[in-house]
Design a binder for this molecule. Sequence first.
Ligand code: CUA
Length: 160
Amino acid sequence: MHIDPLERRWIILTLVLMLAITGVLLGYAIAANLHPPSNVETIDSTRLHLTPEFAEDKLGVAKNPDGTLTVTMVAGRYGFYPQHVEVPVATPVTFRIASADVLHGVHVPLTNLSTMIVPGYVSEVTTLFEKTGEYPLLCNEYCGLGHDHMWSRLTVISPQ
Ligand code: CUA
């Protein structure tokens, strides 16, 4: 089969680019410990306040018997509740977040915490914060007119 030399060059260039981009994505995903969410757990988003886990007085940080932490949060237009979460540094933290209305996302800059919060599902992410400080918990999926104002605070403190 005859392939025009110019066309051949473009085919090779395209293949090289595809491989390079795949390599960069894969390398970064491994280096930064990024992986797709694996938790598939359904919940009735219209009745979160009636569930034993996501009722208003059950939200926040809870210590597990093995020393790890679980942070239970509700995302709703336009905020994450509770609006301020405080966790110790270098401790495994599992976030369990459910949406009370529409699709939201949560992203903490400079960490690997980032996930979608799909109504009807519980989003679960386990991570570990390496540096103390104040971080914003931002919504990164457009969820309505107040989307820009949808954020909460995360404080990572040094263990006493
Ligand atoms: Cu919630 Cu954007």
